[in-house]
Design a protein around this ligand. Structure first.
Ligand code: TRP
Length: 364
């Protein structure tokens, strides 16, 4: 009898420290799923090179920061493998094969890529490797043959591409009938599962700032300078919250206030992070009717956020003082990741009739 648990694969691109948007979008799910699943968490350092190939030092620092953030939030290195993408060569090898299974134009129609080209003003100057990362992400995932992929909403187009690649692979090389239901591909003799996304509790956490010209609050993001980081100290959290955008029409505490979380981030934050629903309901009413000031509601939010972040900060300090321990965790996680990815690559090559020899990969 197999005691193996089903696997999870997900990851982050190392372009900075994690913030509250990451926390409710995906990190919370990872923590909750650690018991039931065999978890693999990837630091997508090669993806960081798609737009930052001139900043190797920053990328290296970010890799360490992400690992520290993960350990700090409570990802348990004894249960979950944290690993570095560029140290798992099977991912690259699968990327090349997978790139043959998907039309170039299909990759370019990926809305996440188009949005990134717009947001980062890449125009037509992006490197060849930029669209390639979408195929690479299929390999990141399928190398682990996971059952679930916990991600934020913006990643869904990548996951759809992954499903298409897996269907095609199984049809071409494992003789699976194209009419097969997604959930039955493995039963039908396929190697690669048709994976399912797992979205977070909050699809899109807003940032601390004012809305854009169309009146919509912006998503929390490091580059928009509207984020609270999981590594912010208590004073910084306090300053950020006390200075956040609320209802610009509210001059006095006796003015009626806007409580729509789509318009006032103060309420978006309380609804997301304050576990005391009775407090939130009561004060939402008071705020709406001009009976409680911004300052009191912000103070409560500072308390709520610091309660969440305090233990994260304490654990982060532990690892900041022990950088070698972080490297050891990554090394062990990468070895564990390679064991699975090498097995997938071997099975994939076998299905593709390209299994000429076997090999053994060693990390020293
Ligand atoms: N593209 C993801 C991001 O920027 C990171 C990522 C890379 C990822 N490979 C992955 C996420 C595989 C899930 C699965 O957030």
């Amino acid at each position: 009898m197999s005691t193996e648990k089903p696997r999870i694969l997900t990851g982050d691109t190392p372009t900075g420290k994690l913030h509250l948007g990451h926390y409710v979008g995906s990190v919370e799910n990872r923590l909750a799923l650690q018991d039931q699943f065999d978890c693999y968490f990837l630091i997508a350092n090669k993806h960081a090179f798609t737009t930052r190939s001139d900043q190797p030092d920053e990328i290296r620092q970010s890799v360490i920061d992400i690992a520290m953030d993960w350990l700090a939030v409570g990802i348990d290195p004894n249960r979950s493998a944290m690993f570095i993408q560029s140290e798992v060569p099977a991912i690259d090898e699968l990327t090349f094969f997978f790139a043959m299974l998907i039309p170039f134009n299909r990759v370019m129609r990926n809305p996440t890529l188009s949005q990134e080209i717009k947001d980062k003003e890449l125009g037509d100057k992006y490197p060849f490797g930029f669209p390639m990362y979408a195929v690479g992400q299929c390999a990141d995932i399928l190398a682990f043959r996971p059952q679930l992929v916990p991600v934020g909403e913006d990643q869904l187009p990548h996951l759809e591409l992954t499903r298409e690649v897996a269907r095609k692979f199984n049809q071409l090389y494992c003789g699976v009938d194209p009419q097969t239901d997604d959930k039955d591909y493995i039963k039908a003799g396929g190697l690669l599962p048709i994976i399912e996304p797992k979205l977070g509790r909050v699809k899109r956490l807003v940032g601390l700032g004012a809305p854009s010209s169309d009146g919509k609050l912006l998503k929390m993001s490091k580059s928009l300078n509207n984020a609270i980081f999981l590594s912010d100290d208590a004073d910084t959290v306090q300053k950020k919250v006390m200075g956040m955008y609320t209802d610009p029409k509210r001059i006095r505490a006796t003015d009626p206030g806007e409580t729509d979380p789509e318009k006032n981030p103060l309420w978006a934050f309380h609804e997301t992070f304050n576990n005391d629903a009775a407090w939130v309901d009561e004060h939402r009413d008071l705020y709406k009717n001009g009976k409680v000031g911004d300052v009191a509601v912000k103070r409560k939010l500072v308390e709520v956020l610091n309660t969440l972040i305090d233990p994260i900060r304490t654990r982060r300090k532990h690892y900041e003082q022990r950088p070698d321990e972080v490297i050891d965790v990554l090394k062990a996680g990468t070895a564990k990741a390679n064991a699975v990815a090498e097995e997938t690559l071997h099975l994939a090559k076998k299905a593709m009739r390209q299994d000429y020899f076997s090999r053994k990969l060693v990390i020293v």
